[in-house]
Design a protein around this ligand. Sequence first.
Ligand SMILES: [Zn+2]
Length: 152
Amino acid sequence: MGEKKFARVPSLVTMACAWSVGRFMDTFYAELGQKKIVGTRCPQCQTTYVPPRSLCGCCWKPLSKWVTLKDQGELVNFIVAHVDVRGEALSQPRIIGMIKLKGGGGNTTPIYGEIKGVAPEQVKLGMKLAAVWAAEPKGELTDLSYFQPVGK
Ligand SMILES: [Zn+2]
């Protein structure tokens, strides 16, 4: 048993990668670029999924009915973050919410988004929020910049 030896070969490896997010998410992003939020609705249980899914998680029916939701909704849950994803302290707390958008029917899955324009101690479940869009949408998740209280 000898000492393990490792050969070192200096090199530079470039890995160009591209992947598809799938037909449903492609449509979701393309519609965000038009300042629209879309989902898919189950023909059996009427659940509207936002972002869209191809199968219903409740009854496993294929989903093909597209629904355009309003860019306003109601806050159904939230957290106030004081650290970022690396655990570093934030200079100001950030509010991340789950927003149930209007237009999807009674059983609509919530979308996640940052909430601005309200102090953390003033955030309330059920408050009405409206999306604030990027000035120049590009068909990316960041097109939906954040949500703020309606009327701000
Ligand atoms: Zn269903």
